[in-house]
Design a protein around this ligand. Sequence first.
Ligand code: RFL
Ligand code: PHB
Length: 389
Amino acid sequence: MKTQVAIIGAGPAGLLLGHLLKAEGIECVVLERQMGDYVLGRIRAGVLEQITVSLMERLGLDARMKAEGLPHGGFNLADGERLIRIDIEGLTGKQVMVYGQTEITRDLMEAAAPRGLEVIYGAEDVALHDIESDLPSVTYRKDGAEHRVEARFIAGCDGFHGPSRKAIPSSAAREFERVYPFGWLGILADVPPCNNELIYANHERGFALASMRSETRSRYYVDVPLTEKIEDWSDARVWDELAVRLGPEAAASITRGPALEKSIAPLRSYVFEPMRHGSLLLCGDSAHIVPPTGAKGLNLAASDVFYACEALTAYFRRADNDSVIGYSAKALARVWKSERFSWTLTKLMHRFPDDGPFERAMQVAELDYIASSVAAQTSIAENYVGLPV
Ligand code: RFL
Ligand code: PHB
């Protein structure tokens, strides 16, 4: 098969890029290792920045998001009994949208066939070839047969564990990484949220987050040491822990219910440079990971895809190779700012095992400063709502 862009991975990055390229008249095909239901079963992001919302609008795929999503004009930082509200809307004039990654993925997936976007699920042993040439290709196996896709470009949208990033020689790359000494234990339940806005809590027992998917579905997290096993966390234990860490006011409003999903995700900060090598462009988690504290992962995937689409459109419309060459620097400038924000918020809101009284005093001082300074709150608000693309 021949196409203009071979996209590896049908997560949000790959599907968004596929739709955007298709809308620009650029031929592409998306290769996904898993089956569609498996991709939809991953419970991940919940908070969308303007860039993600605007890409769905541009594609005309925003109807369900507008009908079912919850626009939020603020969120809260809790420290013991103190609650600091960050008035995102008042400070920036913008809102974030609470709408699950599962729903975005479903909207993109369902629109694929009607719009002629070919997505091949169950593609095994995906391998990249000749990425330093102008005619790279991707091979895969499906139903026992070998297939080859020849393209002008490959877009690596295959997440942190996919083969794309690994195809770039280490001599041409640089990695930056920080692994955190805890993970987030998440629980999803069909119960009303305890608060109408998100609460990020720093409690002496650890971090907690109260989030939601709708007015009847809640998503909560607590941080746990990496040694914890999910089997040791009954639903009751998770609810008890949330009630303590979120503080008395939120605790009084928590409705308990059976977990629809419960899992532990490790936290990591990671950046791979450059995000382009030869004819391969990396987008989303394949090139970078942020700890979920800033709600930035999916949104960074969206901004990468925005820049990648711009670069590929310039190439195919005007034979402008400079924008392809400039892709990495443009995307990384935004990636690093989101890395900084996610890391800062993670440090501010978690109790690290090696931290002593000094580090805790720094957290308290910073939270005091945030509580009393419109400038500090504005900085948090503009990062949370999303920096300009
Ligand atoms: P994905 O979603 O991992 O999709 C990659 C796709 O590539 C496929 N793949 C392959 N396909 C073919 N061949 C192979 N060999 C392949 N290997 C892998 C995979 O099956 C998959 O379908 O990456 P993408 O598209 O870059 O999207 C990134 C986002 O998923 C991620 O950044 C966010 O979920 C992060 N994240 C959050 N982001 C936000 O913006 N806001 C949030 O509120 C937020 N909360 C979260 C999060 C991530 C979490 N976890 C579990 C990591 C909360 C959590 C708990
Ligand atoms: C979520 O609802 O899953 C969520 C919300 C905010 C975050 C991370 C995850 O920062």
